[in-house]
Write a protein that binds this ligand. Structure first.
Ligand code: FMN
Length: 318
């Protein structure tokens, strides 16, 4: 990955030190194939050399910041050459338009995205609405296996999972947690009708998801410290480790084309959740992941800027 970052930074330097010349503006026809219309400004970096002897090709999008977010590798059977083309300041739609343009006639193109893995992390969403399509045991086992690669305190791997595809097991769990949820809502002063409505909504979500994974902490796994302070720290590290495993599952699901959402319900009713499924007594439920194929993926939610949430302690002059 470090080498990857270096590669893009070197290209950034080349772009920053070059003038972009647009010799084929957007909507102009191709000189040899007049039916081919350039969908975006197309040109080259002045005073650079590409394989065809000209400058390095550039597609220029509409984003004001001309960030280099991707490049296209092309192979042309007619010209019998291969090239790279830089995509500067292109939106996702513009990138697609460029790729459609390049994948025509005698040419094929491959898109190399910058920091594709980071974009993958940015595109995970909490999905609450799933297709009826079942999630296979193979996939669920793979999600659990990937979860075991999360970090954990002393590598004690205190996570435990109840994997629920059986609708009856999910109903038992949902109903048991629902009783506690309803009592809490009534204690908050909600009317019986409103409490019932909220509980029904929660039950329906759990019942309608094709699969659910109850994330548990095995409380027997931590180091046996004699004092309360370290016992609490050990417990918290266990909870943190389980949360990391849950995060791994959500990301792995995203990678496999599935989606999920973390529901907090079990943390409010851990004993009821444990008993509903007759789990080992040391398994303390922490959260419930609903998993399935997304029916509707919510749009990007707002994120705080990194400069608002992090303090950077930097060496002077760095
Ligand atoms: C510990 C935890 C508990 C959550 N509990 C719930 C929940 O009970 N119900 C729900 O709909 N979403 C729940 N979520 C999902 C968050 O609402 C969601 O992550 C957040 O709104 C950001 O949206 P995104 O995941 O799509 O980026 C929970 C997430 C976490 C990490």
């Amino acid at each position: 990955m470090i080498q990857d970052a270096d590669f893009w930074e070197y290209l950034d330097r080349l772009v920053a030190e070059s003038r972009v010349v647009i010799d084929r503006p957007r909507l102009s026809p191709h000189p040899r194939y007049p039916n081919l219309i350039y969908p975006l400004d197309y040109g080259y970096l002045q005073a650079t050399t590409a394989i065809d002897g000209g400058g390095i090709d550039v597609w220029l999008g509409s984003l004001p910041e001309r960030r280099l977010a991707a490049l296209a590798l092309t192979v042309d059977l007619e010209k019998r050459d291969a090239e790279i083309k830089l995509l500067l300041g292109c939106t996702a739609d513009e990138t697609q338009v460029v790729m459609d343009f390049l994948n025509g006639a005698s040419m094929r193109a491959l898109l190399v995205r910058r920091e594709a893995e980071l974009d993958f992390l940015r595109t995970r969403r909490s999905v609450r609405c799933f297709l009826a399509r079942p999630v296979s045991r193979t996939i669920l086992k793979r999600l659990i296996e990937v979860a075991t690669w999360a970090p954990s305190s002393h590598n004690c791997q205190p996570w435990r999972f109840a994997v629920l595809t059986d609708p009856q097991a999910r109903s038992r769990l949902a109903l048991a947690m629902g009783v506690e949820f309803r009592n809490a809502l009534l204690a908050d002063g909600l009317s019986e009708n409103e409490a019932d409505r909220q509980v029904e909504h929660s039950l329906a979500r759990i019942q309608e998801a094709p699969a659910a994974i109850l994330l548990c902490l095995d409380t027997s796994q931590g180091a046996p410290y004699p004092d309360r302070v370290r016992q609490r720290a050990e417990y918290l590290m266990g909870v943190q480790s389980v949360a990391l495993a849950g995060g791994h599952i959500l990301l792995a699901a995203h990678l496999l084309g599935l989606s999920g959402v973390w529901l907090c319900a079990p943390i409010f009713a851990p004993e009821a959740a444990n008993q509903a499924l007759a789990l080992p007594p040391t398994w303390q439920p922490q959260g419930l992941l609903l998993v399935g194929y997304p029916a509707k993926t919510p749009p990007k939610s707002v994120r705080r800027r990194e400069t608002d949430i992090a303090l950077f302690f930097e060496e002077q002059g760095s």
